[in-house]
Design a protein around this ligand. Structure first.
Ligand SMILES: NC(=O)c1ccc[n+]([C@@H]2O[C@H](COP(=O)([O-])OP(=O)(O)OC[C@H]3O[C@@H](n4cnc5c(N)ncnc54)[C@H](OP(=O)(O)O)[C@@H]3O)[C@@H](O)[C@H]2O)c1
Length: 292
């Protein structure tokens, strides 16, 4: 029950109406009997600074930060964890007695999702498709987990090159290849990868027939193929990968585990991952039923 002692958390984003996080976090608070609540806050770009000041003014326990504020929030915080600074994005803010500390739990969430799939990236070759914000969290996570090497394919080659540079600075071999290489010289690199991570928005609802131009013959048994998209639950890309014999994972696992890591930062309690997963599955199922 909400009362005078309820701790408030939430998410700042624009848009924010379709966020799945309130269902997952509120179910977790209820399951552990914690007097916390998680709310969506529609924060426009021009209101971000005031909203961040509001975390202190209103005594919120913390918030998640989503598109388009993950980068812009950094200079507004009192402290930013080293990994979040390296990624250049914050998705979780913790109010530590009036000091706002920024973290990036997308990277932790991605690694926990790999663990859930029984995959250890240490020493193994990986391919990342895309070089946007999500890809930055993925490559930093992989680099920190001691991945063997990373090849990044992106439509805008300069962004892939910048990301490869970031990985090399962490002491890991990395290369950037163009989008066209996916069907050419890069096909062999994809075929030899133990892990292939699709981080672009291609194939996301409602553009479900889009997919990156990875030839299905480059995918197969022995590979883990991850698509960070969770709506639809199986993108065309994942369907092709599964048909080719690869093990697949959609983006729900990363979403779940980044949420679990944020929950732990706010509450100091171990996240009830099973409860959070069930809440996410429930809300995703009902979204798809509504959409038909
Ligand atoms: N599961 C999770 O927890 C989680 C977390 C974060 C994000 N995501 C998902 O990850 C995806 C990307 O998010 P983001 O924040 O990284 O976005 P972003 O920063 O805008 O990056 C978008 C990426 O997609 C590429 N792209 C977009 N449209 C394309 C097209 N038509 N053809 C080829 N490439 C295209 C971009 O290439 P250019 O560089 O050439 O523009 C860039 O690499 C979204 O679907 C998001 O929902 C999932």
């Amino acid at each position: 029950m909400i009362n005078g002692e309820t701790r408030v958390t939430g998410i700042f984003g624009d848009p924010v109406a379709h966020t799945l996080s309130p269902a997952m976090h509120n179910a977790a608070f209820t399951a552990l009997g914690l007097n916390f609540v998680y709310l969506p806050f529609h924060v426009r770009r021009e209101a971000l600074a005031a909203a961040v000041a509001g975390i202190k003014a209103l005594g919120l326990a913390g918030v998640n930060i989503t598109v388009p504020h993950k980068e812009a929030v950094l200079p507004l915080l009192d402290e930013v964890a080293e990994e979040a600074r390296l990624i250049g994005a914050v998705n979780t803010v913790v109010n530590r007695g009036g000091a706002l500390v920024g973290y990036n739990t997308d990277a932790t969430g991605f690694l926990r999702a790999l663990q859930e799939a029984g995959f250890d990236p240490a020493g193994r070759p990986a391919v990342v498709i895309g070089a946007g914000g999500a890809a930055r969290a993925v490559v930093v996570a992989l680099a920190r987990a001691g991945v063997g090497e990373i090849t990044i394919f992106n439509r805008t080659l300069s962004r892939a090159a910048a990301l490869a540079e970031l990985v090399r600075a962490e002491g890991i071999a990395a290369a950037a290849l163009s989008w066209a290489d996916l069907t050419g010289a890069g096909k062999k690199v994809v075929a030899q990868a133990a892990l292939v991570v699709q981080t672009t928005s291609l194939g996301m609802h409602p553009q479900e027939e889009d997919a990156p131009p990875v030839p299905p013959e480059a995918l197969g048994p022995g590979q883990l193929v991850v698509d960070l998209i969770y709506s639809p639950p199986e993108t065309r890309f994942l369907r092709l990968a599964r048909a080719a014999g690869a093990t697949t994972q959609n983006g729900m696992a990363m979403l779940l585990h980044q949420g679990a890591a944020a929950f732990e930062l706010w509450t100091g309690r171990e996240a009830p991952v099973g409860v959070m997963r069930a809440a996410l599955e429930n809300v995703l199922r009902s979204t798809f039923e509504v959409q038909g």
